[in-house]
Ligand binder design. Structure first.
Ligand SMILES: [Zn+2]
Length: 318
């Protein structure tokens, strides 16, 4: 994938987040909005900023303003009753072309202060975990560079949610992030991985009827023969139970089993906590150092390495 396309995909994902944040589903003129936001981001925003999400939101608001919108759908805590007097001009949502079947587009409108999305928190994250506790961190000010404030914690073993800020009990955005975290804790999935490198990018062979082209479905089982495009070897496919949200973080290159290099990391790796993409890892494997050493690929899943240092940006399989 080209660099520009990669950035556009990233911006698009953030735009989906921004829609959620103002309480709407994907509008039918999404492509038009994405083009505007992307152009705006390219010319005005710092693409390496960790606050790019906020720039995406600002661009979305800018687009809304170009449509002469005065009001926007926002989430309000359920405890704050909306009276009809607060229902305002819906130009904005007309500009967004929200299909009528979308339930979320039912009026839930309050005054729109340009540049500010009304919500208790402008940013909530649910991916920090320490010693079995998931921390729900929140930021009120979108330009705030600090660590955020813990508004709730979840004990992974008991699933108990402990609120540190009572507003999180009714704030829709906070409730969504807590629900998502609980879902991640609960869910597991069965994944076939490569017996050699543990990559989930694995293939199996099928037979087809020579006359009808009909595929004869194989019986998938633990230990079946397969091929791993990542380490480019014929391997066994091993069935593992993984967390529902388990993701490949990247790769390392380690010593082959039963060789003197076993237990070591490749000399080109900067440290045991560094994670590389597939191209970088393959370059290392091409370098067998003194000509006799045997190195192999190791797929690193999120959580395998504590406090990893990512040595690449973007897709681990680039
Ligand atoms: Zn493999």
């Amino acid at each position: 994938m080209g660099k520009i396309k990669q950035i556009k995909t990233r911006v698009e994902n953030m735009l989906f987040g921004a829609y959620t944040n103002i309480g709407i589903d994907k509008p039918s003129n999404h492509d038009e909005i994405l083009d505007f936001v992307f152009e705006d981001i390219l010319s005005n925003a710092d693409l390496t900023s960790k606050n790019l999400l906020f720039d995406v939101r600002k661009s979305l608001l800018k687009w809304i303003k170009t449509k002469n919108a005065t009001y926007v759908h926002v989430y309000k805590p359920a405890s704050q009753k909306l009276d009809t007097g607060m229902l305002g001009d819906r130009k904005c949502t007309e500009g967004l072309h929200i299909p009528s079947y979308m339930g979320k587009a039912t009026p839930r409108i309050t005054g729109f202060n340009p540049g500010v999305i009304e919500n208790v928190w402008s940013e909530i994250r649910n991916n920090f975990e320490d010693e079995g506790i998931v921390y729900i961190d929140a930021w009120e000010d979108e330009d705030d560079d600090s660590d955020g404030r813990v508004i709730a914690t979840i004990d992974k073993s008991t699933r108990k949610v402990e609120y540190k800020d009572d507003r999180a009990k009714t704030d829709k955005y906070a409730q969504e992030m807590i629900a998502e975290a609980l879902n991640d804790i609960d869910s597991t999935r069965n994944v076939f991985v490569c017996s050699d490198c543990r990559s989930d990018n694995v293939q199996y062979q099928t037979w087809s009827n020579a006359n009808s082209d009909k595929v004869i479905e194989p019986i998938l089982h633990n230990g079946m023969d397969g091929f791993c495009p990542d380490c480019q070897k014929h391997v066994k496919l091993v069935l593992l139970e993984m967390k529902g949200n388990a993701k490949v973080a990247g790769f390392q290159v380690v010593g082959e089993d039963e060789t003197p290099q076993y237990g070591e990391i490749h000399p080109q790796m900067d440290a045991s906590f560094c994670i590389y993409n597939l191209t970088q890892a393959r370059n290392m494997m091409d370098d067998n150092n003194n000509g006799e050493e045997k190195w192999r690929l190791l797929t690193i899943w999120e959580g395998d390495v504590e406090e990893p240092t990512m040595m690449f940006e973007g897709d681990p399989r680039n």
